[in-house]
Design a protein around this ligand. Structure first.
Ligand code: ATP
Ligand code: MG
Length: 181
């Protein structure tokens, strides 16, 4: 299986200092008082996977994800999130046993994506995660209230989830691209 190994967050929402979460085998739970940043951790995962909608990240514009300061701390100019997968079984189509994807956003609006520290396009990350269930449209991130959606979905929408699980989305997407040309 493909495992999440580590999440590193810096300058994202409430995380002014760099934090690192190591995932072990089994279930990882995140606990803490209201407003302590539990949901921000999930937002960080969504964001590094390529989320483009500020609303889904509970903001109004993308810049809202950058640490905005507190009464005793200045705002930061940049947010960076990295997610590391254990790819020892080579389930991701890339020849590394560990894969780290990184996303950065500067207040200037400039942004960067990296795979194992090498700059890439968002498209490359999408393709890397396609058919693994991990991507932003995958089934590995099930938000509050989404279960209902899956159960009552239109058949075509439900079909998408099964196609991703079956691993055929990549072929469909290549076919579509070929047809565009
Ligand atoms: P609950 O238990 O109520 O769901 P939670 O642990 O999920 O709480 P979050 O929603 O993750 O809490 O965190 C909310 C906090 O994050 C708020 O205090 C908010 O001010 C802070 N926050 C969000 N965006 C930023 C930002 N850009 N800069 C600084 N702090 C931020
Ligand atoms: Mg919450």
């Amino acid at each position: 299986a493909l495992y999440l190994k580590k999440l590193e967050v810096y300058g994202f929402k409430s995380f002014a200092d760099k934090i690192s979460i190591d995932f072990r085998n089994g279930i990882t739970g995140i606990v803490g008082p209201n407003g302590s940043g539990k949901s921000n951790v999930i937002d960080a995962v969504r964001w590094v996977l390529g989320e483009q909608s500020p609303k889904t990240l509970r903001g109004s514009k993308m810049e809202d994800i950058i640490f905005n300061g507190t009464s005793h701390r200045k705002p930061l100019g940049m947010a960076e999130v990295s997610l590391t997968f254990n790819n020892s079984e080579k389930l991701l189509p890339i020849d590394y046993s560990e894969v780290t994807i990184t996303r950065r956003l500067y207040r200037s609006g400039e942004s960067e994506y990296l795979i194992n520290k090498i700059p890439c396009r968002l498209k490359d990350i999408r393709e890397l995660l396609m058919d693994t269930g991990i991507g932003i449209d995958g089934y590995s991130l099930i938000g509050q209230g989404q279960i209902d959606g899956i159960l009552s979905n239109k058949p075509e929408e439900r079909r998408q989830i099964f196609e991703e699980a079956a691993g055929i989305v990549k072929f469909k997407s290549r076919k579509l691209e070929a047809e565009k040309k």
